[in-house]
Design a protein around this ligand. Structure first.
Ligand code: FRU
Length: 507
């Protein structure tokens, strides 16, 4: 029997635990656990879903299998945030049902109650997703993916599936999924952008319940090394002109193998998408940014977030209690470079809420190797490195530990490419193609560069040339990378450099 004083001890400990949750939160200490990127509390996660803003809160839903650390019957996990950086985990929003698993999709705020699913003057949040019927798939049917809706009248806390599901039936196409819906003010209709095997099909609806096919795009455009998935369509303004961006994820067939997201720029008249540029372009040349789409109901701003993994190895990465994280949210914009138009991404300014100590340096010459380890001392593999240079020369940024493991990122002048090399980055054997070097042709032609690198324990996000070249990669060192240096045999002149510690978000 326990003695009374041990009860007291337990009580005191329990009180301390509750008050300072982080002290005993085992999740924080897990090997490779991201500290400020969104990751599920436990088990499997893939695509971001239903990202929507409502009444001061951003909602992030995600593909989730709560029973295992590998892909399984899909649910929609849920989290909310005031700034897309600090997240509060919520109960699971959507569970599989008799129509199937809950695959990827989007959410909209139906402010005018076009769906009629609002009640008592309360407009609904509507989730539009793919019902994937595993039995139909097993039976060899072609129409096992159909589009359905669910609605919430309490700001996403609880959801009801619509009784008339599915709202868009499959005409016999094996890959018929991932509806991204937005309101098109020009034609005053909802537009659904749907991945349909090797192309995108656009549908329209006055009420989110009845859908009419408008057009198809892409059978002969862009990259086709794999199936098309998780599209998004949205306008962006360049030099006062509205242009439409169509994102299309593809798996496999990415520029550095596995899954990746391509984009098209063109015109959309509410019915048909007409591309202005036919060359294949990629949102991110790193291997770990997939199925990314943008938040809805946030006005002109376009904020993108992707799944920070790759189907090539997502199920075998060496993490134990959970799998994968999301990229940081990123602001998207269009930029013109030598009369071609490109999509640029930059981490959202909301990141400021977790930036703390800064070490700034000015007018440096990196001759052979510049050791910056003391500048990130105590940062715990969580930091942002920024620099600007007037002349772009060969350089390597080296993240390392005392086991001799390293992740190397940088630029090579001869090939005019940015790169990330994870060949010596620690655990790489779980997948043959993991420990290799990946490259991205530089887009900007000017002499100088600016660069932002964000490191969070097991991920690096490189934004070069104001976000024109982006590379996102994950890695798994056997000991944290607590050292940092920059090498440049050519002698890189750096005007300004800063190293900022980034706080963790776990509570
Ligand atoms: C993309 C994807 C989607 C699908 C979901 C299933 O990663 O394959 O096309 O809806 O994952 O989890």
């Amino acid at each position: 029997m326990r003695k009374p004083h041990s009860y007291l001890l337990c009580l005191i400990l329990a009180t301390v635990c509750c008050k300072t949750k982080s002290f005993f939160n085992p999740v924080i200490k897990e090997e490779h656990r991201p500290q400020f990127h969104f990751s599920p509390p436990a088990k499997w996660m893939n695509d971001p879903n239903g990202m929507v803003y409502l009444n001061g809160k951003y909602h992030l839903f995600y593909q989730h299998y709560p029973e295992g650390t590998k892909w399984g019957p899909m649910h929609w996990g849920h989290a909310v945030s005031k700034d897309m950086i600090n997240w509060e985990h919520q109960p699971i929003a959507l569970y599989p049902d008799s129509l199937g698993y809950i695959f990827s999709g989007s959410a909209v705020y139906d402010k005018d109650n076009t769906s009629g699913l609002g009640q008592g003057g309360k407009a609904p949040l509507i989730a539009i997703f793919t019902h994937h019927d595993p039995k139909g798939e097993k039976a060899g049917r072609k129409d096992f993916q159909n589009q359905s809706i669910a609605f919430s009248l309490d700001e996403g806390k609880t959801w009801k599936k619509y009784a008339g599901n599915p709202v868009l039936k499959n005409p016999g196409i094996t890959d018929f999924r991932d509806p991204k819906v937005s309101w098109n003010g020009d034609v005053r209709k909802w537009i659904m952008t749907l991945a349909t095997k090797d192309r995108i099909t656009f549908f329209s609806s006055p009420n989110l319940k009845e859908w009419t096919k408008e057009s198809e795009f892409g059978q002969n455009e862009g990259a086709h090394g794999g199936v098309w998935e998780c599209p998004d369509l949205f306008p962006l303004i360049l030099n006062g002109k509205k242009m439409w961006v169509l994102l299309v994820s593809i798996n496999p067939g990415g520029p550095n193998k596995g899954s990746a997201t391509q984009y098209f720029i063109g015109d959309f008249d509410g019915k048909t998408f007409k591309p202005l540029i036919t060359e294949t372009k990629w949102v991110d040349w790193g291997t770990d940014n997939y199925a990314g789409v943008t938040y809805s109901n946030i006005g002109e701003r376009r904020i993108f977030q992707g799944w920070m993994s790759n189907w090539q190895y997502a199920e075998s990465v060496p993490t134990v209690s959970w799998r994968s994280a999301m990229t940081l949210p990123r602001d998207l914009s269009l930029k013109e470079v030598n009369s071609s138009i490109h999509l640029a991404s930059q981490p959202v300014p909301e990141l400021k809420s977790i930036l703390t100590e800064v070490n700034s340096l000015k007018d440096l010459t990196v001759s052979s190797s510049l050791d910056l380890s003391d500048k990130i001392k105590g940062y715990g593999s969580q930091y942002m490195l920024k620099f600007e240079s007037d002349q772009l020369k060969d350089f390597s940024i080296v993240l390392s530990n005392d086991l001799g493991e390293e992740l190397v990122l940088g630029y090579e002048k001869q090939s005019n490419q940015y790169f990330v090399d994870r060949s010596k980055s620690g655990k790489v054997d779980f997948e043959k193609g993991f420990g290799v070097k990946h490259s991205a042709p530089r887009i900007l032609k000017t002499a100088g560069t600016d660069l932002t690198l964000i490191v969070d324990v097991a991920s690096a996000e490189l934004f070069a040339d104001s976000g024109l070249n982006v590379m996102t990669e994950i890695f798994f060192p056997n000991k944290p990378f607590n050292r940092l240096s920059i090498r440049s045999t050519e002698g890189l002149q750096v005007k300004n450099m800063s190293l900022t510690r980034i706080k963790g978000i776990w509570k």
